[in-house]
Write a protein that binds this ligand. Structure first.
Ligand code: Z5A
Length: 232
């Protein structure tokens, strides 16, 4: 099953409400694909390890306050900083060429055959800010030009059922009333290309369904499906 080095990887995005099971499923999918011999990486947004990510983390933990528009742009910046490879900027600087050709980290990985499993992406960015009442067009604007996923899987669970799973911590958005608004935002964002999986099934059943749609998508990418940009 191993991909040939000339085939590209797939950009797989998992979306859904807090506690829908994204982290559990990303981990299982990663392990499965790796065992099958695929080149694969598991990513998540926000990436709390960068400078921007630390500002986001502090905001989510209620340790800092920010205007809703400002935090929206930080979440988006956090995706943009993972798009461009800094290594290439440094290379260019050292060789004094300093050409302004930013190399996409994500694109590079995908083109070199690595499949990326991404836990939350631009759709979370729009869904959460739209749920706060920001204009949906304004929310989408900073995401334009990021790579469009080859597959968006929505793990579908009601906010009430998700809350029953427990473990809502002290982070800013982990409240039932707000999660209901986020569920409404996702409904507004979903399109027919999204694969929706019932997130109340057993972990194993979800894993099986997820593998099926992901392998189909990887096959399409292998056959030459072109990369595209948000929003299509
Ligand atoms: N956010 C934003 O506003 N703008 C953005 O652009 C982005 C994000 C990217 C980041 O949270 C917050 O930032 C998030 C959106 C916002 N806020 N909220 N809400 P995060 O990434 O740190 O946390 P999360 O994404 O919400 O993940 P989570 O809480 O860890 O949930 P999860 O990954 O979806 O679920 P899980 O950890 O796999 O499972 C949760 C529990 O359910 C756990 O005990 C599991 O064992 C259990 N579980 C999982 N699956 C099942 C099934 N099938 N049955 C029964 N129990 C299950």
């Amino acid at each position: 099953n191993k991909e040939s080095s000339s085939s590209r990887g797939a950009l797989i995005v998992l979306e859904g409400l807090d506690r829908c099971g994204k982290t559990s499923q990303s981990g299982r999918l990663y392990k499965y694909l790796e065992e099958q011999g695929h080149s694969v990486e598991s990513w998540r947004f926000p990436d709390r390890n960068t400078g921007v990510g630390q500002m986001i983390s502090s905001y989510l933990a209620n340790q800092s306050q920010l205007d809703d528009h400002a935090i929206h742009l930080l979440f988006s910046a956090n995706r943009w900083e993972k798009r461009v490879s800094l290594v290439h900027w440094i290379d260019l600087f050292v060789s004094e060429l300093y050409l302004s050709i930013p190399v996409s980290l994500m694109e590079e990985k995908l083109k070199s055959g690595t499949t990326l499993i991404v836990d939350r992406y631009s759709y979370s960015g729009v869904a959460f800010s739209y749920a706060k009442g920001l204009d949906i067009g304004w929310c989408k604007a900073p995401e334009i030009g990021l790579l469009a996923p080859d597959l968006v899987v929505y793990l579908d669970i009601s906010p009430e059922k998700a809350a029953e799973r427990g473990g809502y911590g002290d982070e800013r958005y982990e409240q039932l009333e707000f999660q209901k608004k986020v569920a409404g935002s996702y409904l507004a964002l979903r399109d027919s290309s999204w694969k929706v999986i019932d997130a109340t099934l057993s972990i194993e059943d979800i894993e099986k369904k997820l593998r099926e749609v992901v392998l189909d998508c990887m096959k399409a990418c292998h056959k030459g499906k072109p990369l595209s940009q948000l929003w299509p």
